[in-house]
Write a protein that binds this ligand. Structure first.
Ligand code: BGC
Length: 257
């Protein structure tokens, strides 16, 4: 590969989370960050204009030109934000591609955060080289999901909002029961939390019969605490890119001409 080619394959990914907005340049051939990542606190409230201003600041600090891919913890169709479960409700209906494009003066792509983390894991991480049906589940404030069939993403699946089966004592979204934030909120031991996760993963298994489930999100690096308590027919593995998956996956959605 020539130097010019190499340059066009390195684009910027920005991962917008509930607590931090993280960005870096990413080598799209290897899935590696090519600069140290920049992290700025997510503004409170996380309104569209406030977040766009911080994104512009993050890009200034990253200091590279070129197209940008960004994540949001929302359903995004045609660049428009459709849901806001764990972000300011003012995002709903906003054309995020226009917003970030104007705020940064760059061409941008916007994608759901779990779809981004998932595609990075499937291309470069725990799902690399695997075919069949893979579900990447991110456990954090909410539960995000990325569904892949032979490496191809089915976007915006929102499997954290599934409900546990009829008769289950928990009513409402599974993410309020089995996200990492539920573990913290309810002061659960890892074993107690694993018991909840087991029930959620059984639900996913019974509906999708995936070949592989990858557990992502900040909790993936503590897999030794809960995975030994999980027993499922489906193979379950921790994500391997951990904190960088969102940035890498975001960069994979940067519009490159
Ligand atoms: C949102 C998803 C998001 C997930 C993880 C859920 O509450 O609905 O869009 O991927 O949280 O942030």
């Amino acid at each position: 590969m020539t130097a010019a080619n190499a340059a066009t394959r390195s684009v910027i990914g920005v991962d917008i989370g509930g607590t931090g907005i993280k960005g870096a340049t990413v080598d799209l051939d290897t899935g590696e960050l090519t600069v140290a990542r920049v992290r700025v606190l997510t503004p409170e409230p996380s309104t569209p204009d406030a977040v766009a201003a911080v994104v512009a600041d993050v890009l200034d600090q990253v200091g590279a030109d070129g197209p940008v891919g960004l994540t949001l913890p929302s359903v995004v169709t045609g660049g428009v934000v459709r849901t806001a479960a764990n972000i300011d409700p003012g995002w709903i209906g906003v054309n995020a591609v226009d917003l970030f494009g104007h705020a940064t003066g760059r061409t941008v792509g916007v994608v759901n955060d779990a779809d981004a983390a998932g595609i990075a894991e499937v291309r470069f991480g725990a799902g690399a080289g695997r075919r069949g049906v893979i579900i990447v589940v991110t456990l954090g404030t909410g539960i995000g999901s990325g569904l892949f069939v032979d490496g191809k993403l089915v976007p915006n699946t929102e499997l954290g909002h599934l409900h546990l089966p009829h008769g289950h004592p928990h009513h409402g979204d599974a993410e309020d029961f089995a996200a990492d934030s539920a573990r913290e909120r309810d002061g659960l031991t890892w074993e107690e939390y694993a018991h909840r996760l087991q029930q959620y993963l059984e639900l996913l298994q019974s509906l999708f019969w995936p070949d592989l489930i990858i557990i992502g999100g900040g909790i993936s690096k503590k897999a030794d605490k809960y995975l030994p308590h999980i027993t499922l027919d489906t193979e379950v593995v921790p994500a391997s890119l951990q904190n960088d998956a969102g940035i890498v996956g975001a960069a994979m959605f940067a519009p490159i001409s």
